[in-house]
Design a binder for this molecule. Structure first.
Ligand SMILES: [Zn+2]
Length: 440
């Protein structure tokens, strides 16, 4: 039979080999990058790819792309976790879902769709949180591919995978391929837990967006967004103080839009639109389907290369592990090696406390607020204890009540200069963030 017309039986269904022609070309031949010690072309490698159990976290914008790509790359045993249900606003880019699926679980629908379209692929969905699963569950996978929009979930799975590594057991090291997008920007990175820099090491790469200084808004706006923020923060308070702003009320958005437009005209700034007003006020970052496609493709290529050893991949020790993509000003990509941090609380739980200078005027509550904004921390529900005592605990409720009175006290009254504090957050139960405080 001529190449491309041969059929094989997969799950009893005749499947044309043509679909896998290009995959076969890669798997059945040695290439300029293949290492004879780790790659032998032929059946065995295709079989091990088919047997590799991969976990996909997230079945949304990136997840749909990742599931489709992995299935079409020769992976046949894929698991997917997502806790969300399908919303009508997902349908423009989450292409595995249809109108009739609105309200159903993403993981369920995505799994069925891909199984139907790519015969021979098994996709096992779990509709729930990653935190529901324990180490034993994660241990069954060859690797984890993340397509998440939550930093918190990424940090959790990162800490879990790093914590699972047992030096005596090479199988306990699960490569983590992580994709992320924000509008026209995105990144793909690979983490080999304990060997390379981890998501916690890289946390300051994803700093919360800096607020525009109020003086810029009040005096010299430079961008259309500044005019919208001015209408939102200043004009509304001045003119409509008695009305609570409801960002879902079209009349309120229209009011803000017209105010912003007028101010923009005064400063000769163009570009203020109704939908931009809505986006800025509701803090919406547009999801761009093509950014998702690019980042997911990059992640799946890395997953394929890690599983088959056909080509060098990101995260190979001592090499690049992070690819950033920027599409908002023309196109730019840059790939580099992000270094492991010596004081990373995930990679090195025994690291010395990080030094931190704080103002003597800060109350404990104000200090907690700064912890939420610090790029390398981003912790929202912190419990804090000093070497000598418990300063504040968010849970259990009884302890919260007992320590609540400390929140209004000055931190400098509670902690000695040079003393260490340990900060924890229930979102990351295994992590302790240590700081050595100096007051000024
Ligand atoms: Zn780390």
């Amino acid at each position: 039979m001529a190449e491309g017309t041969a059929t094989t039986l997969e799950n009893g269904i005749a499947v044309s080999r043509a679909r896998w022609k290009y995959l076969d070309n890669i798997l059945n031949r040695s290439g300029p990058f293949t290492d004879p010690d780790s790659f032998e072309p032929g059946e065995t490698i295709a079989e091990s790819l088919a047997r590799a159990k991969v976990l996909v976290i997230g079945a949304g914008g990136l997840g749909c792309e990742i599931l489709k790509n992995l299935a079409l790359s020769g992976f046949k045993d894929i698991h997917v976790i997502d806790m969300d249900t399908i919303d009508v606003s997902n349908l423009n880019r989450q292409f595995l879902f249809r109108q009739a699926d609105v309200g159903s679980y993403k993981a369920d629908v995505a799994a069925k769709f891909v199984e139907k379209r790519v015969k021979g692929v098994k996709i096992t969905p779990y509709c729930g949180k990653i935190q529901d699963k324990d180490e034993e569950y994660y241990m069954q996978f060859a690797m984890v591919v993340c397509g998440l929009d939550s930093i918190e979930a990424r940090r959790w799975i990162n800490a879990t995978l790093v914590g699972m590594v047992d030096e005596e057991n090479p199988d306990s090291m699960k490569p983590l391929v992580d994709g992320g997008t924000e509008g026209f920007k995105g990144q793909a990175r690979v983490i080999f837990p304990t060997m390379t820099s981890c998501i916690e090491c890289q946390l300051d790469m994803h700093a919360p967006r800096a607020a525009v200084p109020l003086c810029t808004l009040a005096t010299i706006p430079r961008q259309p967004q500044h005019c919208i923020e001015w209408a939102h923060i200043i004009a509304w308070d001045e003119e409509r103080k008695d009305i609570t702003l409801d960002t879902d009320d079209p009349e309120h958005i229209t009011w803000l839009y017209q105010k912003a437009l007028k101010r923009a005209q005064e400063f000769n700034i163009s570009g203020v639109t109704y939908s931009m007003t809505q986006g800025v006020v509701k803090n919406i970052i547009p999801a761009i389907a093509s950014t998702n496609a690019i980042v997911a493709a990059s992640c799946c290529n890395e997953a394929f290369k890690i599983a088959t050893n056909t080509n060098p991949f990101l995260g190979y020790p001592g090499t690049d592990n992070y690819m950033m993509y920027t599409g908002d000003e023309s196109i730019y990509t840059y790939t580099f090696e992000h270094q492991k941090k010596a004081d990373c609380p995930v990679c090195n739980p025994d690291a010395l406390a990080r030094p931190l200078t704080v103002s003597t005027a800060l109350t404990l509550q104000e200090f907690r607020d700064t912890l939420a904004e610090k790029p390398e921390l981003q912790l929202k529900k912190t419990s804090i204890r000093s070497e000598a005592k418990t300063l504040y605990y968010v849970q259990p409720a009884s302890l919260e009540e007992q320590t609540r009175h400390n929140l209004d006290k000055k931190l400098s009254e509670l902690v000695e200069d040079g003393e260490e504090v340990a900060i924890t957050d229930p979102a990351f139960p295994t992590l302790v963030f240590k700081y050595k405080l100096t007051f000024n």
